[in-house]
Design a protein around this ligand. Structure first.
Ligand code: PLP
Length: 316
């Protein structure tokens, strides 16, 4: 917290902190994986860039620069001795004054890491999940900016998630205020039809997901056509495959929407291919050709593994 390592039980803030009352925090969610070549964070620099972008949108000046923050994430993982974990850096308006005006409040920061398995359950990664179209829309343009990953946006996500769970679904998919497909409560959406992979564009009130960006890259690497387009709700009822992408859910197939099965109601071949390629990268089983992995511990990455083609320098 603010540059010091603090025991979990002592990591507290004052109840009058601005962030608690007005949602004035920006944060990230990244993952560190235990690969056969050592512990590695997935796209850590990209996550830290998005954190600083979010802070900029909210006129927050973090007290540490991006490189220091990134190093602090690695130090926190090392201090916790974790091999794999979820990473939550947060920059927030702290304690000073309780008016809406955030400027008098300090810009504080913290990094939390903890062990977190499959977000929607392990079997979801294979079997897929049942979802509904939410009765809640994502934020309209020029209301709450969705390119910022701010705590405030998750009030909307909570409404989507609670409605889905209460009605027996794993997740909800929200439309934007024009009625086009947007995203889930905490994950981006992909739809496959006639071998083309579609995903809503940034103008559909989505968070610019880093897994989404990785999926687009992987799908193109695999030779699939990818289109970022405004998509109608009913495409979900007639598509061949659909899946979620996000740090927490990784790549999770969707097997039904509004109780209508997607094709045969099972994970489809293109989802499987993209999922496999994604897991091969995050598990360090193929060469890291896009430079997506940041190894955490000195001496790693270990040389070896898989085809033996991975060529990397050893960190010292
Ligand atoms: C609303 C929302 N959309 C999409 C995503 C997926 O983004 P990423 O792949 O960067 O985790 C998340 C997760 O952070 C999210 O909260």
């Amino acid at each position: 917290m603010n540059g010091s390592l603090v025991e979990w039980k002592d990591a507290n803030i004052h109840i009058a902190s601005h962030v608690i009352h007005y949602g004035s925090g920006v944060f990230e969610g990244a993952r560190c994986y235990n690969t056969p070549r050592g512990s590695a964070c997935f796209r850590l620099d990209t996550h830290m860039k998005r954190l600083f972008d979010s802070a900029r949108i909210y006129r927050m000046e973090p007290t540490f620069d991006q490189a220091t923050f990134t190093e602090a994430v690695l130090e926190t993982i090392r201090a916790n001795g974790q091999k794999a974990c979820y990473i939550r850096p947060i920059v927030y308006r702290g304690y000073n004054a309780l008016g809406v005006n955030p400027f008098p409040c300090p810009v504080d920061s913290a990094i939390l890491t903890w062990e977190w398995g499959a977000y929607l359950g392990k079997e979801a990664l294979e079997q897929g999940v049942d979802v509904r179209i939410s009765s809640w829309s994502r934020s309209a343009p020029n209301t709450l900016p969705t390119l910022a990953k701010t705590s405030a946006n998750y009030a909307n996500s909570q409404l989507i998630k609670m409605e889905a769970i209460t009605e027996g679904y794993s997740e909800g998919i929200a439309l934007d205020t024009f009625g086009y497909l947007s995203e889930g409560s905490g994950q981006n959406l992909f739809v496959v039809r006639e071998d083309v992979v579609y995903t809503p564009p940034l103008t559909a009130s989505i968070l610019p997901g880093i897994t989404r960006n990785s999926v687009i890259t992987i799908a193109r690497d695999l030779g699939f056509k990818v289109r970022e387009e405004m998509l109608p709700r009913e495409l979900l009822y007639i598509c061949d495959e659909a899946f979620f992408a996000g740090t927490a859910v990784e790549i999770t197939p969707i097997r039904s929407v509004d109780k209508i099965p997607i094709d045969k109601g099972a994970r489809g071949p293109i989802t499987t291919a993209i999922q496999q390629a994604f897991f091969d990268i995050i598990n360090g089983e193929v060469p890291d050709r896009h430079n997506w992995l940041t190894f955490v511990y000195p001496g790693e990455p270990l040389q070896t593994v898989g085809s033996g083609t991975a060529k990397t320098a050893t960190r010292v």
